[in-house]
Design a protein around this ligand. Structure first.
Ligand code: FRU
Length: 628
């Protein structure tokens, strides 16, 4: 049996078994550790009995305290943890050194009367069994804690490595590490220990990995070499390198980091994407540099030379460029006609607010990217609101597989989950096609996802007349919210061809082809919980771009419909994927992809077809219950 996140959780369902208690200045048993309060803002936790973790109580609305394991090593690093002042939302494990049981944890900026001193406890185990109703069935999530961008995506020796922006000390943004999961089929993900931890140089921001087949960097042919941005107030944003000789399990940071700093002191200079440019046998690095992308080259992965920049004034204006990628693909499958697509994630700039992924098509001559279209042309990789920081796996010859983060910076920190926050969207294969004089990317769920199909219902064709809805009352018995719908339809004689995913609580997602407006629409206004930000209080000080504070414009940001372009053709195909907290559409072979979060109070289990201003024909309808 394959190891999956869900059965790993079961294996880890050990409970918080061994608790040694609390002590110090507070009342309670004096076993395991003592507290030494030095004034109101500095406390030393003296651990006197061996335990694997100090379990720290977190209250998400608290300000950050600084927690550090004191070993005397200059590498000792403070982690920002929102220790509970008044109530404990959940615990996070703070790992202690194995061995004698002697350790000191220094905690700053957490007042003496805070609740956390009473609640913290020693334990040899940490319970990662799922507690979140909205945890997806078949989308990747971290076992606990916060996740944003996919990082360092690389395929090697039969394994897909998914590293990701990770906070192991709370389910809101902070303490950027690279978390790590691995998969053999892009469907079942096995959680692995953190690959790169925040250090004294800074947070470990986003980046990429390559397999160094030719041993350019000197760590051995076939080593994985990863690039990330080290980000701190002290050093700014600088590009660093690390390598792994054990198939991506553990990394050694380069002792001479950074490998690249901005020549003009730019503040926003991050997310290095490295790839091999075969025609000139050299490495290329793309770095997002405020409102453009900068290109560098290298022979040894360590010394980088500036080549060019692209993007100033291109696409949605103004917007912050983040997380670049660039891929070369055959147009319409023609290997003799290849084009490059430069993927540029922007925040803000999404058509519907917040973050989104745009791309530019054109040529790359080894030095410079030139765009085929005018600067004002905008092409979207996805037309939903929850598709961001999308980058591709390296080392997947013959295939380009992209992995989005399924959220939006407007509200990512306050979505109604708690044990974890954020999932990845489905991995998708990118292809290129031409339409008229222009070239576009199509995005389709990877074919491996078909292995999720557990039960199939093939429905006979039918016609949907205006005013006469066709309803399938029960999609599946025991439907836990994970299903796929495949439809082909002819809609020449209607104005609106629509369907609704509904549950028993009057919540629904409406998906419709608006023929007049030329739009495919997904409406989540009545999808379930849409006002989750209502009670959120912005924190006074935020570590990164005031992102949590910016999340408070919640209702308009979340309760809305998104749309993508619909061609004038009569016939269309639609694939719909639903999971606990998301609905994704793929129209006409992935020409339009649309990814949106939803939080229904119970799974959608009814399907209703409706038509306005005419009738349409459903030529085929396949329903699949999905499961891991
Ligand atoms: C994109 C991003 C990146 C940065 C990372 C920090 O979502 O802002 O530019 O490296 O998140 O977590």
């Amino acid at each position: 049996m394959k190891t999956t996140i869900s059965n790993i959780s079961k294996i880890l369902l050990m409970g918080i078994a061994t608790t040694f208690g609390w002590a110090g200045c507070q009342s309670g048993p004096k076993t395991g550790f003592t507290l030494e309060h030095q004034g109101d803002t500095l406390t030393l936790v003296h651990i006197t009995e061996p335990a694997r973790y100090l379990l720290l109580p977190v209250e998400e609305r608290s300000a950050e305290g600084q927690v550090c394991l004191v070993t005397g090593d200059p590498a000792d690093t403070d982690m920002d943890i929102r220790l509970a002042k008044e109530k404990t939302d959940y615990f996070v494990p703070f790992e202690l050194p194995a061995g004698t049981g002697e350790a000191t944890v220094r905690i700053r900026k957490t007042p003496q009367n805070a609740l956390c001193w009473k609640e913290m406890k020693l334990s040899d185990t940490f319970d990662t069994a799922n507690r979140d109703k909205f945890r997806p069935v078949y989308h990747h999530t971290p076992l606990y804690g916060w996740m944003n961008d996919a990082n360092g995506l690389v395929y090697k020796d039969g394994e897909y490595h998914l590293y990701f922006q990770y906070n192991p000390y709370g389910s809101v943004w902070g303490n950027m590490h690279w978390g790590h999961s691995v998969s053999r089929d892009l469907v079942h993900w096995e959680p692995l220990p953190v690959a790169l931890a925040r250090d004294t140089m800074g947070h470990i921001f986003s980046g990429s990995s390559v397999v160094d087949a030719a041993n350019s960097a000197g760590y051995g042919a076939g080593s994985i070499v990863s690039f990330y941005t080290s980000a701190s107030d002290k050093n700014g944003q600088i590009q660093c390198m690390a390598h792994s000789n054990d198939n991506g399990r553990t990394f050694t940071k380069y002792e001479k980091n950074p490998v690249l700093t901005p020549f003009d002191g730019l503040k926003d200079f991050r997310d290095p994407k490295v790839f091999w440019y075969a025609p000139e046998e050299k490495w290329v690095m793309i770095v997002s540099a405020d409102k453009e992308m900068r290109f560098y080259s290298s022979d040894n992965l360590k010394d980088w030379t500036y080549m060019s920049a692209f993007g100033e004034g291109y696409g949605v204006q103004p917007s912050q460029f983040e997380c670049p990628d660039m891929v070369e693909l055959p147009v319409n499958g023609d290997e003799n006609n290849k084009k490059w697509a430069l993927i540029v994630n922007i925040n803000p700039g999404c058509l519907f607010g917040g973050s989104a992924t745009q791309y530019f098509t054109g040529n790359f001559d080894g030095t410079r990217f030139t765009c085929d279209t005018k600067p004002e042309t905008v092409k979207w990789l996805d037309w939903g609101k929850d598709h961001y920081a999308t980058v591709c796996f390296s080392n997947t010859p013959g295939r380009v597989i992209a992995m989005p983060w399924m959220s939006n910076w407007q509200y990512a920190n306050i979505i109604p989950t708690q044990q974890f926050r954020s999932a990845n969207a489905l991995p998708r294969e990118l292809t290129m096609y031409s339409e008229g004089k222009d070239i576009y990317l199509a995005a389709n769920p990877v074919k491996e996802l078909e292995t999720l199909r557990r039960e199939t219902k093939e429905m006979p064709p039918f016609t949907v007349e205006a005013g006469k809805d066709v309803t399938i009352d029960t999609l599946f018995a025991g439907n836990d919210g994970a299903f796929e719908i495949e439809i082909s339809l002819s809609a020449a004689r209607t104005e609106v061809a629509g369907l609704r995913l509904m549950n028993g609580q009057g919540e629904e997602v409406a998906i419709y082809l608006d023929k007049k407006a030329g739009k495919l629409v997904m409406d989540r206004v009545h999808s379930g919980i849409v006002d989750f930000g209502k009670n959120s209080i912005p924190h006074e000080k935020e570590a990164h771009d005031n992102r949590i504070a910016n999340s408070i414009n919640y209702v308009d940001d979340f309760a809305l419909a998104t749309w993508g372009p619909l061609s004038g053709a009569a016939d269309h195909t639609l694939r719909i994927f639903a999971d606990k907290c998301s609905v994704k559409l793929f129209l006409d072979g992935g020409k339009v992809a649309m990814t949106n979060l939803v939080f229904p109070n119970e799974p959608y289990n009814r399907l209703q077809f409706y038509s306005q201003g005419g009738s349409y024909r459903v030529n085929s309808l396949n329903l699949y219950k999905l499961g891991l």
